[in-house]
Design a protein around this ligand. Structure first.
Ligand SMILES: Cc1cc2nc3c(=O)[nH]c(=O)nc-3n(C[C@H](O)[C@H](O)[C@H](O)COP(=O)(O)OP(=O)(O)OC[C@H]3O[C@@H](n4cnc5c(N)ncnc54)[C@H](O)[C@@H]3O)c2cc1C
Length: 386
């Protein structure tokens, strides 16, 4: 491994993770702290993919854009180390990597995301690395008229449940366009459809799903013990379908050296992203114990943590506290729907809901990474001559 050149005066920041939160934080920190900070990004993935596009792959055959991590790291002025977080020694302030590197830090940001696990044995559980491969047989079965009832199941929270609603919408629309009758059910533990967006958004969306022909079964605690049968508790009723597609459950990654919450091991942070109980360790994104796992929220958390770290590094920055907001673009209907809400506690409030774009449609809602991806897309198109 090539050692990074760090001058004695530079503030050493290590960012662990290679997703939205890590990249947003790296770009923000570079902008705010400039040469004051020497940033090392520890990430195993060679590419960054924009996840919201993944769900469309089986229905549109459009591949999700992948961006080179090396290119983004160069734009962020950070040293990219293709390796993984293994454990942290918070007393000596050293991050130990899987390949045996020891990285001393003045501030550490953990942005490792969440781990996915299938809840039900023998049930098709979505794997973001294989969504097109997993769902193409469903699309073909609809085309051939060999499937009549499909259920999408959200096994537990927290998870980005919007994906299940988008898939349900795409399924009913695909079936309608082929002249096929397919009953689509969405079974979720949420008290109402997309409850995290707030009461009025949830009511409007519930109406939209009903009009689209989707049956939502809310507050559901379910078990699946045999193919095609979903048992609901405590009502003890069963739903029979031809095909079940479940979202995974989310857990925190392994984090030796970091205090974690008892439930699912997520990390608790304060309003500036500082990890409770540790000095100079911050966390952002799906690794934290937020009630919603959401890209825009991850980016906002990354920004407030970057500000706090930049101030520690001596940059003239007044760190602001997190004001969590949700910017949601619901795809799958004839036109996307834009929803903006401010989060208060577990739910959203101050709602704006519109079928006219409330922001640039394809753009990731983040201050730094979103605009950079737009630039990289434009450069790619120019390179392809189109
Ligand atoms: C299929 C899908 C669709 C989604 N659609 C939307 C949407 O439409 N809108 C929206 O707002 N949100 C959406 N989300 C949620 C959103 O993608 C996440 O909230 C967001 O990606 C969280 O960012 P993150 O950086 O915290 O985690 P991640 O994006 O999961 O990134 C974690 C990174 O950490 C790396 N990593 C893991 N372990 C280690 C380790 N030990 N050491 C170093 N690095 C490690 C991983 O390789 C990865 O690069 C979707 C999620 C999925 C799965």
């Amino acid at each position: 491994m090539a050692a990074q050149q760090v001058s004695g005066e530079q503030f050493r920041v290590v960012i662990a993770g290679g997703g939205l939160a890590a990249l947003e934080a790296a770009l923000a920190l570079h902008d705010l702290a400039g040469e004051r900070a020497a940033i090392t990004l520890v990430a195993p993935n060679p590419q960054f993919r924009y996840r919201p596009q993944l769900m469309r792959e089986p229905f549109t055959a459009a591949a999700t854009t992948a961006y080179s991590m090396a290119e983004i790291a160069a734009c962020a002025g950070v040293h990219l180390l293709r390796d993984s977080f293994k454990w942290v020694d918070p007393v000596d302030r050293v991050l130990h990597t899987r390949d045996g590197a020891k990285l001393s830090y003045d501030a550490l940001l953990l942005a490792l995301g969440a781990r996915s696990h299938a809840r039900f044995r023998g049930v098709l559980t979505l794997d973001e690395n294989r969504i097109a491969e997993q769902l193409t047989p469903l699309v073909e079965a609809i085309d051939h008229g060999t499937v009549q009832r499909v259920a999408f199941v959200v096994p537990s929270l927290p998870i980005w449940s919007l994906s299940a609603y988008e898939l349900a919408l795409m399924t009913v629309n695909h079936a309608a366009a082929r002249g096929r009758e397919v009953a689509v059910l969405l079974i979720t533990p949420e008290d109402s459809p997309l409850a995290a967006l707030g009461v009025s958004a949830s009511a409007e969306l519930g109406q939209l799903f009903t009009e689209a022909g989707i049956t939502t079964v809310t507050s559901a605690n379910c078990q699946i013990r045999e193919p095609g049968r979903i048992d609901l508790y405590p009502l003890r009723s069963s739903i029979l379908v031809d095909q079940i597609i479940a979202l995974p459950e989310l857990y925190a990654p392994s984090l030796p050296g970091v205090p974690t919450s008892a439930e699912r091991g997520f990390v608790t942070v304060d309003a500036h992203g500082a990890v409770h109980g540790l000095d100079r360790v911050y966390a952002a994104g799906d690794i934290t114990d937020t009630p919603v796992k959401h890209g825009g929220l991850a980016a906002e958390q990354a920004n407030v943590a970057a500000q706090a770290i930049a101030a520690l590094a001596g940059a003239p920055v007044k760190p602001r506290a997190l004001r969590p907001a949700l910017h949601v673009m619901l795809q799958g209907a004839a036109r996307p729907l834009f929803i903006r809400s401010q989060m208060l506690g577990e739910h959203g409030t101050d709602l704006e809901l519109s079928s006219d774009p409330l922001w640039e449609p394809q753009r990731l809602q983040s201050e730094y990474l979103g605009p950079l991806l737009v630039e990289l897309d434009a450069a790619r198109r120019a390179g392809e001559g189109g």
